[in-house]
Design a binder for this molecule. Structure first.
Ligand code: GRG
Length: 312
């Protein structure tokens, strides 16, 4: 029954062999959604806040905030310590999607199953509400993070700024725009685009969670490498799914049609090698978790598997 499921969520014994990833994601995503709702109250100008809330609370898997919380808990930190930063990475992610969907970038009409922000609020509000979400992400970390030395909060803010700007999301988006019209480009360029557009914020999410949990230099280095692997993995799997659409089983040989209009991993190295790469990245990611408390590492292990075997 529903009640039983809810109970199960809240009394979840985090035990690696029987770790229930679905329950874990559901429980964490629910807390993140509650915290996001509280972080963006409806104020004046209402049009601006409605636009921010519309996209922020439109659903989404909440992979980045869950990664942030899981990294903090891996080091023995509390969910509540990481929550403002977890909300911040989702605000940054959401604003990047709002801007990405605009007519002069991707020109998308639908996002997370709903009309895109600019379709509802207009292009000018969509740009400005995105800008406001980016600023709020930093403000929220600075003002709502509790029980952490100020020095750690400053490092978190630096990390978040780095993965958003000219060394992160914006760099990836610009490299992507600049490669428009190119017939095909090499693996290195493809990796630059994805490493920045997708990888940087996933990496930032894990690293800020780790910093808030009190990680030392070596632990941060390992978790950064973990995050880089899953960032790339995320994109390789996305490209494979574009081709196969139907199956999530990387071991199967489903799908033959290659997407014609963009450079993808299957297009550059073939579908089998792309699957091999996905398995390799998953293994490398999980190897970074060896040496941490295995019970506390279970969610990150499972997250890497989830990204590898996801079907959407
Ligand atoms: C940060 C100032 C600033 C600007 C943003 C537009 C832009 C610059 C960057 C684009 C970034 C972008 C759209 C990257 C793609 C990221 C990606 C893999 C999205 C899909 O993520 P999921 O599957 O989506 O986690 P949900 O909806 O589940 O959250």
């Amino acid at each position: 029954s529903y009640l039983k499921e809810e109970q199960n969520i809240h009394t979840l014994p985090i035990d690696p062999p029987t770790f229930n990833f679905k329950n874990y994601m559901h429980a964490k995503a629910s807390s993140v959604n509650r915290a996001l709702k509280d972080a963006v109250p409806l104020k004046e100008p209402s049009k601006l806040h409605e636009s921010m809330i519309y996209s922020l609370l439109a659903g989404g898997k909440r992979v980045r905030p869950v990664l942030c919380i899981a990294a903090c808990e891996l080091l023995g930190g509390q969910e509540s310590t990481a929550m403002p930063a977890a909300c911040a990475v989702e605000m940054i992610h959401t604003m990047s999607l709002m801007h990405d969907d605009l007519p002069w970038i991707d020109n998308d009409d639908l996002r997370r199953g709903k009309p895109t922000n600019h379709k509802v609020f207009g292009e000018r509000i969509a740009v400005l509400a995105g800008d406001a979400l980016l600023a709020l992400s930093f403000e929220h970390v600075a003002t709502s993070t509790k029980g952490v030395p100020a020095e750690r909060i400053v490092r978190v803010l630096g990390e978040l700024a780095e993965c958003s700007g000219a060394e992160g999301l914006v760099a990836g988006q610009v490299a992507d725009l600049c490669s428009e019209g190119m017939q095909e480009f090499g693996l290195q360029h493809l990796e630059f685009i994805h490493g920045h557009k997708t990888g940087a914020l996933l990496e930032g999410s894990v690293v800020v969670g780790a910093i808030l949990g009190g990680a030392n230099k070596q632990e941060i280095a390992k978790l950064r490498r973990f995050a880089r692997c899953i960032g790339l993995l995320f994109q390789v799997v996305d490209d494979i799914l574009d081709v196969t659409k139907s199956s999530l089983q990387l071991g199967k040989t489903a799908g033959k049609d290659l997407v014609a209009d963009k450079t993808t991993y299957p297009k550059l190295i073939g579908i089998d090698k792309s699957r091999e790469l996905a398995h390799k990245l998953n293994k490398e990611a999980q190897e970074q978790l060896v040496g941490f408390d295995p019970v506390k590492a279970a969610p990150l292990f499972a997250l890497a598997d989830y990204i590898t075997y996801r079907d959407n």
